[in-house]
Design a binder for this molecule. Structure first.
Ligand SMILES: Cc1cc2nc3c(=O)[nH]c(=O)nc-3n(C[C@H](O)[C@H](O)[C@H](O)COP(=O)(O)OP(=O)(O)OC[C@H]3O[C@@H](n4cnc5c(N)ncnc54)[C@H](O)[C@@H]3O)c2cc1C
Length: 473
């Protein structure tokens, strides 16, 4: 038994874990992190945000060169892509960022233990070998943060094998599918579908609900359907997948589905991506042994301080559910560490966590959707300003989309902002800052916005909200 006692030990080195570790060490706490994978960075760096954004950007440049640049008077003679180079670039980027995180661990004097973290007691963790499960070491802690993330959910326990794949396999695929069936019309399905659609794959998205991205604002849902349709991505809603079969002798996968009328519909593709959600990763932790409770889906239960049912053990990020996003995990980690040291930070504001879909154009959203304000019986105003009325959008040729602002009819406080448009992922922060400071739409209208920029759509929507007028429409 080692006699080291850490102030904080963090299990899992995803964005929740490694960011917490850095902040903990910055604040003077003796910190260690345990990671079972060879690479640090978790899902986000290795199989999620970063690889998907690498490929989304590479394929966007190809798509723009092929379809859009000619409008700007730019022509290519022999335009082509090299898929192996694209994938290689992605892998190199992951490797570089991984080295960056390693460097940050060293710089901040954080002890990194490679292996599976498993609770031995309320103050002790074993570190097991990842393949033999043999105990390598024990470490002691005053506080622990569980940040073990999540894994792709299987459909009715159909294993990911051969041509039935999860996002992890698709992001590492060696060949470009001809016909990709995607089960699940959420963010991951749309983003990964867009990547391969731009490379020439026939993409079909299948969802068992009556819509796609059901948690987003209705105006966004309608716009994204139009955009996917324009790119010839098929969307099948209210279609329930009954079975998926990897065909043995042919290189394809067969889906048998039932629609809302009870008709059986068969779909054939050469790969099937199952992206129906993710489940918490708590295997091997032995949380039950020390009294850490979880819900029926396995998500660890925490209180308002993100404390588990054991007093000195906290949990953050995907493993506790809610919005499964890297920045939510980071925010929670920073909150827990600062709370442990007594800085009394305010709780993460869960209503102001921006969500983004990196489609083309991008989609970004923060705060209440129109349906939510209706359900809450809040009287509201809404201003929808189309990008096509903006000088910057017209000059750059990116006129698709709009900015929709929802504000309280009585107080004028901004309650939600939903954007479809170029640079939406960067623009959404203006809305988040405004909402965090409880700004009104009049406040935004009265702030000078630079011209010509896409951000002028904020000022225009704000004027629509507060006076039902706009300068450019
Ligand atoms: C395809 C895809 C694209 C995505 N794109 C985005 C995006 O653009 N923006 C965004 O915000 N989010 C995105 N996400 C979601 C994002 O990746 C997650 O929300 C985020 O990684 C969660 O962080 P985390 O720290 O909770 O867990 P994770 O990143 O999952 O990290 C958990 C870590 O814990 C380790 N671990 C687990 N159990 C143990 C154990 N017992 N012992 C030791 N180590 C253990 C795991 O190996 C892993 O490294 C995407 C996800 C996917 C799949």
């Amino acid at each position: 038994m080692s006699d080291e006692i850490y102030d904080i030990v963090i299990i899992g080195s995803g964005p929740g874990g490694y960011v917490s570790a850095i902040r903990s060490s910055q604040l003077g706490l003796k910190t260690a992190i345990i990671e079972k994978n060879n690479n640090l960075g978790g899902t986000c760096l290795n199989t999620g945000c970063i690889p998907s954004k690498c490929l989304l950007d590479s394929t966007k440049y190809f798509f723009l060169s092929k379809k859009i640049f000619k409008k700007h008077g730019i022509f290519f003679k022999d335009l082509y892509y090299d898929f192996i180079k694209m994938m290689d670039r992605k892998d190199k980027i992951i490797n570089n960022i991984n080295n960056g995180i390693k460097y940050l661990m060293k710089k901040n004097k954080i002890d990194v233990y490679k292996g599976i973290g498993q609770f031995k007691g309320k103050n002790t963790l074993s570190i097991l070998n990842e393949s033999s499960f043999i105990e390598k070491k024990n470490i002691k802690f005053k506080n622990c943060i569980i940040s073990t993330g999540s894994k792709p959910l299987k459909l009715d326990n159909i294993n990911f094998e051969k041509r039935i794949i999860s996002s992890t396999e698709l992001l590492n695929i060696k060949e470009i599918p001809n016909n990709l069936l995607i089960i699940g019309g959420g963010v991951i399905g749309i983003e990964l579908g867009s990547i391969f659609n731009r490379l020439g794959t026939k993409v079909s998205i299948i969802d068992n609900t009556d819509t796609i991205i059901s948690n987003m604002d209705i105006s966004i849902i309608n716009e994204i359907k139009k955009i996917l349709n324009k790119y010839s991505i098929d969307i099948y809603t209210s279609l329930y997948v009954k079975s998926i079969i990897n065909s043995d002798d042919e290189d394809n996968v067969l889906l048998s589905c039932k629609n809302s009328f009870g008709d059986i519909i068969s779909l054939k593709g050469d790969y099937c991506l199952v992206s129906i959600g993710r489940k918490p990763q708590t295997k091997h932790l032995d949380i039950d042994k020390i009294g850490i409770k979880h819900d029926k889906n396995g998500f660890i239960i925490v209180d308002n301080y993100l404390k588990t049912t054991v007093n000195n053990i906290y949990a953050i990020g995907d493993v506790i559910g809610g919005k499964m996003l890297a920045h939510k995990a980071e925010e929670e980690g920073l909150y827990v560490v600062e709370n442990i040291i007594g800085k009394k930070p305010s709780l993460p504001n869960y209503n102001i966590i921006p969500s983004i879909i990196y489609s083309y154009p991008e989609i970004a959203s923060v705060g209440y959707t129109e349906d939510e304000v209706k359900r809450k019986k809040i009287e509201y105003n809404k201003g929808i300003f189309p990008m096509k009325a903006l000088g910057r959008a017209i000059s750059s040729g990116c006129t698709e989309g709009f900015l929709k602002m929802i504000s309280n009819k009585n107080t004028d406080e901004i309650l939600g902002v939903h954007i479809v448009g170029e640079h939406a992922s960067e623009m959404i922060m203006e809305a988040a800052v405004a909402m965090e400071f409880r700004a009104s739409s009049e406040d935004i209208y009265r702030i000078c916005h630079p011209h010509p920029t896409f951000s002028e759509s904020f000022k225009e929507s704000a004027l629509l909200n507060f006076e039902n007028k706009s300068i450019h429409i």
